[in-house]
Design a protein around this ligand. Structure first.
Ligand code: CA
Length: 79
């Protein structure tokens, strides 16, 4: 992972993609896909898959990623 982003950048990225449709404060799987393709294109090149990542992040299993759930992703990409 060559590109690191600050927490403030990640918050604005989350808000930008969460606002694309449905619940404005949650990321759907489609929105997560757009976010990763645009901002973290290298993330899914290894063994990670979008489905696997989404399941990992969606702790309460409601099919959406809240900003709180997104923090796991923030830790992953800021390492
Ligand atoms: Ca959730």
């Amino acid at each position: 992972m060559s590109v690191k982003k600050s927490p403030a950048e990640l918050k604005s990225i989350f808000e930008k993609y969460a606002a694309k449709g449905g619940d404005l404060n949650q990321l759907s799987k489609d929105e997560l896909k757009l976010l990763i393709q645009a901002e973290f294109p290298d993330l899914l090149k290894g063994s990670s898959t979008l489905d696997g990542l989404f399941q990992e992040l969606d702790k309460n299993g409601d099919g959406e990623i809240s900003f709180e759930e997104f923090q796991v992703f923030v830790k992953k990409v800021s390492q």
